[in-house]
Design a protein around this ligand. Structure first.
Ligand code: 2NF
Length: 251
């Protein structure tokens, strides 16, 4: 029994599917479409739950493709108003505190699919109609084309493609590479901003209160970002004098 248990279920190095995944998806969907953004009240949460499940159930958890999620994306089809998109990298908590105060602003997790999936884990096995609650592929240690990574890459890509007007990004000035080319922001979002729609990317490099900043607008990682953005014919501005506390008070 022990042998069967470990060989069949603990085959991956990442955490297993979140317990009650289906119920959580449904509950978050209703909460979002009825209370958080009632403009989306016509979205069918049962259908969304089913499309989400169908994207990965009974499939090899290391062979995810964008196409697996197309029916789900099509069902939800949400756009964020111009000037309201907030990107982040290594600043999740701060970004969410920011959009909680600035209610009309949206991080990816303030859109329906980002809201539903945030902090959840999901996978299945080829030929199985169950989710795997024991383990799922770890994106670094097992495979990068797992269903969670492909989901976030696709959602991040679409969020960036749809951004318009002024786009903002909150970066972490308390680490040495505030801009990281290998992060989702550096690898996916930056390259999918549409210069026909986004005129400016405004970066905020925010450091933890009471700590000396480790990176800033004049540092080499932000210069990388400035170069990439200018190369793409988008204007770049950077503000970097704020601590997280001051940022939330002043912006
Ligand atoms: O979990 C999310 N809410 C999430 C995950 C990935 C990407 C959100 N995003 C979107 C957000 F909208 C931000 O604009 O991308 C941006 C943040 O991603 P980032 O990679 O630039 O920022 P990090 O702080 O380095 O990572 C955010 C979270 O995603 C995980 C990472 O471990 C952290 O929990 N993550 C990053 N890349 C991958 C990947 N390829 C990943 N998890 C799985 N596969």
């Amino acid at each position: 029994w022990m042998w069967r248990h470990s060989s069949e279920h603990m085959k991956w190095k990442g955490t297993g599917s979140t317990a009650h995944f289906q119920e959580i998806v449904l509950e978050r969907c209703y909460n979002y479409t009825q209370l958080v953004q009632p403009e989306l009240r016509d979205r069918d949460c049962q259908k969304i739950r089913e499309a989400f499940r169908n994207a990965f159930i009974s499939k090899d958890p290391c062979s995810a493709t964008e196409e697996d999620y197309h029916p789900l994306m099509k069902l939800v089809n949400q756009t964020v108003p111009c000037d309201k998109a907030v990107f982040w990298s290594k600043t999740k908590e701060l970004a969410h505190q920011y959009t909680k105060v600035q209610r009309e602003m949206f991080t990816l997790e303030d859109t329906l699919l980002g809201y539903i999936a945030d902090d959840l884990s999901w996978c299945s096995d080829a030929g199985s109609y169950e989710m795997n609650y024991q383990s799922c592929p770890h994106w670094k240690k097992d495979c990068s084309n797992n269903f969670v990574s492909v989901f976030w890459d696709l959602l991040s890509k679409r969020f960036a493609e749809n951004a318009c007007g002024l786009a903002r990004v909150l970066l972490n000035g308390s680490i040495s590479n505030a801009f990281d080319r290998k992060s989702t922001f550096g690898r996916v979002e930056v390259h999918n901003l549409n210069p026909m729609k986004v005129h400016t990317l405004q970066a905020w490099v925010i450091h933890d209160l009471g700590k000396l900043p480790s990176d800033s607008c004049s540092g080499s990682s932000i210069n990388d970002l400035r170069w990439i953005i200018k190369q793409r014919n988008i204007k770049f501005t950077c503000q970097g004098t704020y601590s997280s506390v001051k940022f939330l008070q002043c912006v």
